[in-house]
Design a protein around this ligand. Structure first.
Ligand SMILES: [Zn+2]
Length: 121
């Protein structure tokens, strides 16, 4: 279950591991995703939040995925206006990992020293 001490616009279903286990995102990640939503003033849909090892393997996630420690989210990106808005602002909010895919943007809280922006195939 997601940490409800933080007011969130996101559902447990969005944030928790979708295999049905108890794993959820870290509070600091939730704070940053809420800050992004507030800054953009737009609803955002999380398509992948926390993942356990088993689920991450099942969906072919990266072996050392930041989703595993609850420090990453994928946000649905159906149009390029939203894509630009997210890319422009995510770095300012502490998202040091930004991955751009056709239908979503991956954001994670890796350390500043490992800052990266990458494209999915
Ligand atoms: Zn799981």
């Amino acid at each position: 279950m997601a940490n409800k001490t933080i007011r969130t616009h996101f559902t447990d279903k969005e944030l928790d591991c979708s295999c049905g286990c108890e794993k959820t995102v870290a509070p600091e990640l939730l704070v940053c995703v809420e800050a992004l939503r507030a800054l953009l003033d737009k609803p955002l849909t999380v398509t992948s939040g926390a993942r356990c090892e088993k689920h991450n393997r099942a969906i072919g996630g990266a072996r050392h995925s930041w989703h595993l420690n609850g420090l990453a989210v994928d946000i649905a990106c159906p149009d390029s206006n939203l894509r630009i808005d997210i890319i422009r602002n995510a770095g300012k909010l502490g998202f040091n990992g930004i991955g751009i895919a056709k239908t979503f943007i991956h954001l994670d809280l890796r350390p500043e020293s490992e800052k990266v922006c990458f494209l999915y195939d």
